[in-house]
Ligand binder design. Structure first.
Ligand code: C2E
Ligand code: CA
Ligand code: CA
Ligand code: CA
Length: 274
């Protein structure tokens, strides 16, 4: 009864004020962490599905809250959204990871973008500035977004997408297969890549209907000529099925957990043998 969607109250409960207080305190601590540059970025390997070569990394935010320990991004990202901190947090992650990418020639980078950032009219301009100051080629970078904002505000979303495309950055649809994506809307936005949601990947093994669902989802993307990355790959069997279904890139614990830049350095020197 606590929450229905993320952080959305449905009915009054006596503990409500207390929980709100806890969230307010967390937002204050999060603001301090952003001010003090305490938000860290880890990088998860993304590999080519046929050679298993490292081709890209996804930047993921990490926050070690003083006195509490690590807080999951599934908790602090919604709080950043609700408290107006997401613009700064998102740009901080982008800045840190672009600087890091300068040390990894040949690799590509994915960075997550929240709907709240998309709503900021200055967003595309800030992105352009960060490419300018870091000197990174925008074609090496993919911004990952979920469908929420595209469905809620398609007109505005299209305008921002056009600006980002002019910069040269690519756009991926994240969590594909977990929502309501129709062919019409996928075509309309012309995404550069789709990322199959890990819930769909991990349903593989629940019977042959799951394989068919997955094949249909990948086929939908490929019918639009859009390359597909699968996330949440944990087993060899999943990797095989996903490659056969037509995914050109794989990401998941099977290939590596999100890790420090030093761990990515090591992977680049010694390609993974599976
Ligand atoms: P996401 O963008 O869908 O990222 C993939 C999540 O799946 C990551 O969780 C990753 O650690 C996890 N994952 C990867 N491979 C596996 C696997 O094989 N098995 C399992 N069980 N999980 C796997 P994480 O890092 O906890 O991030 C959760 C979500 O928080 C992300 O989901 C993304 O929506 C959001 N997030 C993280 N960092 C940022 C950020 O810098 N900006 C924004 N806007 N959102 C972020
Ligand atoms: Ca993502
Ligand atoms: Ca996802
Ligand atoms: Ca997600």
């Amino acid at each position: 009864s606590k929450e229905s969607g993320r952080g959305r109250w449905t009915a009054y409960h006596p503990q409500m004020d207390e929980e709100r207080e806890t969230r307010n305190q967390m937002a204050l601590d999060l603001r301090a962490a952003i001010d003090n540059e305490d938000i860290q970025v880890v990088y998860q390997p993304v590999v080519d599905s046929s050679t298993f070569e490292l081709v890209s990394v996804e930047a993921l935010a990490r926050w070690n809250r003083p006195g509490h320990g690590p807080v999951s991004p599934d908790v602090f990202i919604p709080i950043a959204e609700a408290s107006g901190l997401i613009d700064r947090l998102g740009l901080d992650v982008l800045r840190q990871s672009l600087m890091q990418l300068a040390e990894w020639p040949g690799l590509k980078l994915s960075v997550n973008v929240s709907p709240g950032q998309f709503r900021d009219p200055a967003f595309a301009g800030h992105v352009a500035d960060l490419f300018y100051v870091t000197g990174i080629d925008p074609h090496r970078v993919v911004l990952e977004m979920t469908e929420t904002y595209f469905i809620q505000n398609p007109e505005r979303a299209r305008t921002v997408l056009e600006r980002l495309r002019k910069i040269g950055v690519q756009i991926a649809l994240d969590d594909f297969g977990s929502g309501f994506s129709s062919v019409g809307y996928l075509r309309q936005f012309g995404f550069d890549r789709m990322k199959i949601d890990k819930s769909l990947v991990q349903s593989l093994g629940d019977g042959h209907r799951a394989v068919e669902m997955l094949q249909a989802t990948v086929a939908l993307a490929r019918s639009l000529d859009v390359p597909v990355t699968a996330e949440g790959v944990e087993t060899d069997q999943q990797a095989v099925n996903l490659r056969l279904a037509g995914c050109d890139q794989l990401q998941g614990y099977l290939f590596g957990r999100p890790c420090s830049p030093a761990d990515i350095d090591a992977l680049r020197l010694r390609p993974m043998d599976l």
